[in-house]
Design a protein around this ligand. Structure first.
Ligand code: HSE
Length: 427
């Protein structure tokens, strides 16, 4: 039976989960996959952490050169996260001809082209299933399941932390700060929650997934990004009354006019397939020209779910001699001639505060009319007592830039106190 040795770089949450899966399933993989996979080495400065997992002292190292020159190591699993030192370690492994499996979305999204170049030089494998949507096998689905299709649409809830926060704001009426604290107490959100709540994590994943789905490089700087810090519980409640649920969506569209990639909070109808994806769960909806609609659902984070994706790559690398790289020219920038749409089309939920007096709505409607924006729903929450009142409206599908221009004009009206919220309505 073929024997394959693995090194794990970093024994954090995902590294620990990966180790446990490999340790506990060794005999199962011998029987089902016909390969004997052993963990030959771990790179971990905190020796106690490794010993607590039952790893022999002789297999614990704090020196990357020692790991990548170990002749018993065929596959290096990088689960350190962040750019450095992960990047140098991955490059050292690839230069030594070892295949690499990584869960590192930031590293992969920003330096995929450099890593792939190094891998091609030594014909090493480069696998990254765990970089996007944790345990959900989205990358293998795109590479090995959807290759017959021109993928037209990839829309997902691909960040569990923000989905948990928005679910709590929706179901318990919590404010953003309160829901964030809960997410931090449960270990979903970091002490500095920026990567999740500002949409970076979802943008890294969307850059990788849309590059694969659309067979062209979609660099991070082409992804429009808005996080959830400004989301107000009252808009979630007003949206509920209109039949919507608020989600942080990652949207990738491949159209004849160009590619559109964006991450932002969006209302979707309650009967949309993504509306019931709650708590820290993730889901990705795909549309292929032959297969039609597909949806994958599962855990996007956690030790065993992400470890499951890592180990699936380890098994793939251990049992496949042929190495597949990107199907497109993988450079730092987008390929020349590929167009990216920034003036995207959507419907819009808009809330503003206005003086409660005659003629205000007519002026607002006049401005929307001037920008060719048609209103489909209008709610005015005043009591007729002369106080400032919230006005909520939903537009028909229109262009982003027209909405921004119209709102700038509406904000200048004397009778409009403030434009409070603008949320895209999708699906
Ligand atoms: N922090 C991410 C999430 C998981 O909340 O989905 C790792 O990408």
């Amino acid at each position: 039976m073929k024997s394959v040795g693995v090194a794990i770089l970093g024994l954090g949450v995902v590294g620990g989960g990966t180790y446990k899966i490999l340790r506990d399933h060794r005999e199962f993989y011998r029987q089902t996959q016909g390969v004997d996979i052993s963990v030959e080495c771990v790179l971990e400065i905190n020796k106690e952490k490794a010993l607590a997992l039952g790893i022999e002292e002789s297999k614990i190292s704090d020196n990357i050169a020692e790991v990548v020159s170990n002749p018993n190591v065929d596959i290096v699993v990088e689960v350190i996260g962040g750019v450095e030192p992960a990047k140098s370690f991955v490059l050292a492994a690839l230069h030594s001809g070892k295949s690499v499996v990584t869960s590192n979305k930031e590293l992969f999204c920003k330096y995929w082209h450099e890593l792939e170049k190094a891998a091609r030089r030594t014909n090493a494998g480069l696998y990254f299933e765990a970089s996007c949507v944790g345990g959900v096998p989205i990358i293998r689905t795109l590479i090995d399941g959807m290759q017959a299709n021109v993928v037209e649409n990839l829309t997902g809830i691909i960040n569990g932390t923000t989905n948990y926060i928005l679910t709590r704001m929706t179901r318990a009426g919590l404010g953003y700060e309160e829901a964030l604290k809960e997410a931090q107490a449960l270990g979903y959100a970091e002490a500095n929650p920026s990567a999740d709540v500002d949409g970076y994590d979802a943008a890294y994943k969307l850059s990788i997934l849309s590059s694969l789905a659309f067979h062209t490089k979609v660099p991070l700087d082409k992804v429009y990004r808005e996080g959830i810090r400004a989301v107000k519980a009252q808009d979630i409640a007003y949206g509920d009354g209109l039949g919507y649920v608020l989600k942080l969506l990652a949207i990738g569209k491949n159209t004849p006019q160009g590619i559109e990639v964006r991450v932002h909070p969006a209302f979707i109808r309650k009967d949309h397939p993504l509306a019931s994806v709650s708590d820290s769960f993730n889901a990705v909806f795909l549309k292929g020209d032959s297969v039609g609609d597909i949806m994958l659902y599962g855990r996007g984070a956690g030790d065993l779910p992400t470890g499951s994706a890592i180990v699936s790559d380890v098994i793939y690398a251990a049992t496949h001699g042929d190495v597949k790289y990107a199907t497109f020219k993988n450079g730092a920038q987008a390929e020349p001639g590929v167009k990216f749409i920034t003036d995207f089309r959507s419907r819009y939920y808009i809330r503003f505060t206005a003086k409660d007096k005659a003629g205000v709505l007519a002026k607002v409607a006049g401005i929307f009319g001037k920008y060719n924006i048609s209103i489909v729903d209008l709610l005015q929450k005043g009591e007729g007592g002369g106080d400032d009142i919230p006005v909520i409206l939903v537009t028909h599908e229109t262009n982003e830039y027209s909405v921004r221009r119209a709102l700038a004009k509406i904000g200048e009206l004397d009778d409009v106190v403030s434009v409070d919220s603008v949320i895209r309505v999708e699906g």
